[in-house]
Design a protein around this ligand. Structure first.
Ligand SMILES: [Fe+2]
Length: 367
C-alpha cells in the first residue's frame, strides 16, 4: 500500500479568514503569490486580505474546462511574474489549472511538451495551496490535472506525484453560495467518485472505509440540499463527503463512469459532473449485474433502498436527464469514444469492460 497526499489537509469552517496568517506560517514564507481564482464574493474577500501582506498576481476569468493551449498561456503569464507560491481558489478546473502551473513553472518548456512525455517530470514545482469552492472535484487532493486537447476532441491528464498540493485548505463555507446546478453536478461527481473508489480494483481496507463514509455523506448532503439549498449542515456534509471521496479515489483510481465521462464530456461539451450523473445509473446497472457481491455494503446504507434506486431517485429529484439524447451523440463516434475511454479510470472498474459492453451502454444512452 502507498498513500500520497498533500502534507497538510485542513477542513475547517471559517478558515478563509486566516489565509494570510496561514501562508506566513509555511516553511518558506513567500513575498510574491500568484492567485488563480474563480468568481465569487468569498474569493474577493481572500484576495483583498492577501494584497495587504504580499505582492499578488491575480489570474481569473479562466475557461470553464481549460485546454492545453489555455494552460500554456497561463503558464507563460505566471512565469513572467516569478511567484514563490501559487494559491488556487475555485472549482475543479481552477484548482487543476493552478496545480499544473505550480508544477510546470520551474520547467523550461511548454506544457504541451510535458503532456507528450510525462516521465520528464522529475521534481516538484513551486509550493501550491488549494482552496476548493465547490464540493465535488477532489482536485485539492489528487495528483493529476485534466485538460481538453487542443482540438477539443478529448481530455488528457497530466499526472505526477510532484503535482500534489503542498497544502489543501478546505473551508466548507466557501461552498455555501454555489448555485443549484454547480452544487448538484459537483455533488453527483463526488458521489460517483466515492462509489467508484469503493469498487475500484485498486481499493484497500483504508480507502474502502473512506469511500463508504463518503457515499453516506454525499447522499445525505445532496438529499438535504434538495430540500433546502441553504442548509448549512447539508453543505458541510457534502463538502466532507467530497473530501473523503477524494482521499479514497486519489489512491484507488475511479471506474467506467469517469472512463466514459472524459471523451463524451470533451466532444459534446457536457459539464463533467452532469456527464457523470447521467452515466452513473447505466454503469451501476452493468457493474451490479457482473459483481453483485461487491455491492452488499453500498446497498445496505439507505434504509432498504438499494444504491441503484437511490441514485435514480437523486437524479430524478435534481432533474438530471436519463440519457444523452439532447446532446445528439452520433453513433459514428461510438468507436472513437470506446477507444478514448480506455484510460486509467476504466482500468479500475470492478470488472473488465469489453468493447461490446461499452457499445451497449452507449446505444442505451443515445437511442
Ligand atoms: Fe469526477
Amino acid at each position: 500500500m502507498q498513500f500520497l497526499y498533500p502534507s497538510e489537509i485542513s477542513f475547517e469552517k471559517g478558515l478563509r479568514h486566516n489565509v494570510a496568517k496561514r501562508i506566513k506560517e509555511l516553511d518558506t514564507v513567500p513575498k510574491k503569490i500568484t492567485v488563480f481564482s474563480g468568481s465569487g464574493s468569498y474569493a474577493n474577500e481572500i484576495l483583498t486580505e492577501l494584497k495587504n501582506h504580499f505582492t499578488v498576481q491575480i489570474i481569473n476569468g479562466l475557461p470553464t474546462e481549460p485546454s492545453i493551449v489555455d494552460l500554456d498561456e497561463l503558464l507563460s503569464k505566471t512565469k513572467g511574474f516569478q511567484p514563490e507560491l501559487i494559491l488556487g481558489i475555485g472549482g475543479g478546473s481552477v484548482i487543476d489549472t493552478a496545480k499544473a502551473v505550480a508544477l510546470l513553472t520551474p520547467y523550461p518548456k511548454s506544457a504541451r511538451f510535458y503532456f507528450n512525455d510525462q516521465s520528464l517530470l522529475k521534481h516538484r514545482g513551486i509550493p501550491f495551496v488549494a482552496m476548493p469552492t465547490t464540493a465535488g472535484s477532489g482536485a485539492e487532493i489528487t495528483k493529476n490535472s485534466v485538460f481538453r486537447t487542443p482540438d477539443g476532441s478529448n481530455k488528457l491528464s497530466l499526472r505526477s506525484k510532484y503535482m500534489i498540493a503542498t497544502n489543501a485548505w478546505i473551508d466548507p463555507e466557501l461552498t455555501y453560495t454555489c448555485p443549484y446546478s454547480i452544487t448538484f453536478h459537483s455533488g453527483m461527481d463526488a458521489l460517483t467518485q466515492a462509489i467508484e473508489a469503493s469498487m475500484s480494483r485498486k481499493r484497500n481496507e483504508a480507502t474502502e472505509s473512506l469511500a463508504i463514509e463518503a457515499v453516506k455523506l454525499c447522499i445525505s448532503g445532496v438529499e438535504g440540499l434538495l430540500i433546502n439549498l441553504n442548509n448549512a449542515d447539508s453543505r458541510d456534509q457534502l463538502a466532507k463527503g467530497s473530501l473523503l471521496a477524494a482521499l479514497a479515489f486519489s489512491q484507488t483510481g475511479l471506474g467506467a463512469v469517469h472512463g466514459l465521462a472524459h471523451p463524451i464530456g470533451a466532444k459534446y461539451k457536457v459539464p463533467h459532473g452532469l456527464c457523470c450523473a447521467v452515466l452513473l445509473p447505466h454503469i451501476l446497472k452493468i457493474n451490479i449485474l457482473k459483481c453483485k457481491e461487491k455491492f452488499k455494503v453500498l446497498d445496505s446504507l439507505n434504509d432498504g433502498v438499494c444504491l441503484y434506486n437511490k441514485v435514480l431517485e437523486l437524479n430524478t429529484n435534481i432533474g438530471i436527464p436519463t440519457d444523452f439524447k439532447k446532446w445528439n451523440i452520433s453513433n459514428n463516434d461510438f468507436l472513437e469514444i470506446i477507444r478514448l475511454s480506455k484510460s486509467n479510470s476504466m482500468s479500475c472498474n470492478p470488472f473488465e469492460m469489453k468493447d461490446e459492453d461499452i457499445l451497449d451502454i452507449l446505444t442505451e444512452l443515445t437511442k
